[in-house]
Design a protein around this ligand. Structure first.
Ligand code: ARG
Length: 459
């Protein structure tokens, strides 16, 4: 049989393969709420301007409410033959209310309908993700406040660099996540125009009121070009980039959790709640949740690249290629949501090993920069000369198997005679972090102040 909804000129139905490659109902059913919202706004507008009667509008409203309930309760008869969520709902509406259901699609096309539904879905996803990111930030800030003065090694190249604090390290991620929220907010602002009423591609001759539907659906206004309205998915690509960037931030944190839980580091412990054992090695505690946050980032980045690749060769306006936008969008949003939940859980769960962190913070001649700075400050060395002298002192200490503070004053003076025992005051990890009071620096007092500022900002 041919399709009831568009099959007027068709004698035969599609082949099974055609049906399978064409159908999106398996995934786009996720947009049923958005589809119904759009139809309700459209029907109300049609009645308002007199294109359909108020009785028809009332029947459509009641019919769509019934359908929402059917879907909610898992009773809706989804059909692959009806291709997508739009046709499934419209066909069911007509089944339920008859004639009036067939009037709903006046002045509308699936092209503007799907563009609308995806925008609404992405907008909802942005709101959900924004709240989740804020929640993770609150967890990070709480732990940062607790550990503003907990020293740990700061790394570059994963080599010991300078001592920092656990709180400062966590607040670095707070800054990143805050920018991620900003990117999502920008994206939301730009996508918040309604494509409904662009119809197939050229608009419509019916006296529709696009401003009315836009306002009813919470948009700032209607899109301004009908061709652009049905052809563009840059809002979705932007969303996917914001997701990919946020997922990348989570992935870097996840990588650090993997490193920190490694017993050779021993910087943090995760509880049983966020680790798994091995089926053969009884001693194992694997940070699988962190590994999966890192791993799922690949899917999110893949969705961004996937959508750009789908779009790059498309002339205007709509092509069915664009049906391939949805699974990536859904998957990226869901993977990121799960990643945020897992990271939030691990931040709450992790136990920083304060003594081990302090021991590691002092290893690897991590206060060598402090020594060089002392030579500049106290002996008026040019920094380059101070760097050279300190390098020689590090080599001396390394040869003797001690750290910098383990050298005697006489040994130091064998390299640079003007050094006094005042130098030992800057070689401890505590002195090092406390000295770094420049704005944004690692000093515990700075970190505590920043954490308090964030606490206030996040509420
Ligand atoms: N399922 C389609 C999609 O996701 C809806 C739009 C169909 N439009 C069309 N002209 N066939 O893109």
């Amino acid at each position: 049989a041919s399709n009831d909804l568009w099959g007027g000129r068709y004698a035969e139905g599609p082949s099974a393969i055609m049906r399978e490659i064409n159908a999106s109902i398996g995934f786009d059913r996720k947009m049923w709420r958005q589809d119904i919202s759009g139809s309700l706004a459209h029907a109300k507008m049609l009645a308002h301007v007199g294109i359909i009667s108020t009785e028809d509008e009332a029947a459509i409203r009641a019919g769509l409410a019934g359908i929402a309930q059917e879907i909610e309760e898992g009773r809706f008869p989804f059909s692959e033959a009806l291709e997508d969520i739009h046709m499934n709902i419209e066909a069911r509406l007509t089944e339920r209310i008859g004639e009036a259901g067939k009037r709903l699609h006046t002045g509308r096309s699936r092209n503007d309908q799907v563009a609308l539904d995806v925008r609404l879905w992405v907008r909802d996803a942005i709101d959900g993700l924004d709240a989740q990111i804020a929640a993770v930030m609150r967890e990070l800030v709480a732990r940062a406040a607790e550990h503003a003065g907990t020293v740990m090694p700061g790394f570059t190249h994963l080599q010991p660099a300078q001592p920092t604090t656990f709180g400062h390290h966590l607040l670095a991620y707070v800054e990143m996540l805050s920018r991620d929220r900003g990117r999502l907010a920008d994206c939301r602002k730009r996508l918040n125009e309604s494509p409904l009423g662009a119809a197939a591609l050229c608009g419509t001759g019916f006296p529709i009121d696009r401003h009315m539907t836009a306002a009813a659906l919470g948009f700032d206004g209607p899109t301004r070009n009908s061709l652009d309205s049905v052809a563009s998915r840059d809002f979705a690509a932007e969303f996917l980039f914001a997701c990919a960037m946020c997922a990348t931030h989570l992935s870097r944190f996840a990588e650090e959790i993997v490193i920190w839980t490694n017993p050779y580091f021993g910087f943090i412990k995760l509880s049983d709640a966020f680790t798994t054992g091995s089926s053969i090695m009884p001693q194992k505690r694997n940070p699988d949740a962190a590994e999966l946050v890192r791993g799922k980032t690949g899917r999110v980045i893949g969705s961004l690249v996937g959508l750009l690749t789908v779009m790059k060769g498309l002339a205007l306006t709509y092509f069915k290629d664009m049906q391939e936008d949805k699974e990536g969008i859904f998957d990226a949003a869901e993977s990121l949501a799960l990643g945020l939940a897992a990271i939030g859980g691990m931040v709450r769960d992790m136990k920083p090993q304060v003594a081990r962190l302090a021991e590691a913070a002092g290893a690897g001649f991590s206060t060598a920069t402090d020594l060089a700075d002392w030579l500049v400050r106290e002996l008026r060395f040019p920094f380059r000369d101070a760097h050279h002298v300190t390098g020689r002192l590090v080599a001396l200490a390394e040869g003797k198997g001690v750290d910098l503070a383990g050298l005697t004053l006489a040994e130091m003076q064998s390299v640079e005679p003007r050094i006094t025992d005042g130098v030992f005051g800057v070689l401890t990890v505590q002195a090092s972090v406390a000295s770094r009071t420049s704005f944004g620096g690692t000093a515990p007092a700075n970190v505590a102040r920043m954490a308090a500022e964030w606490q206030e900002r996040l509420g």
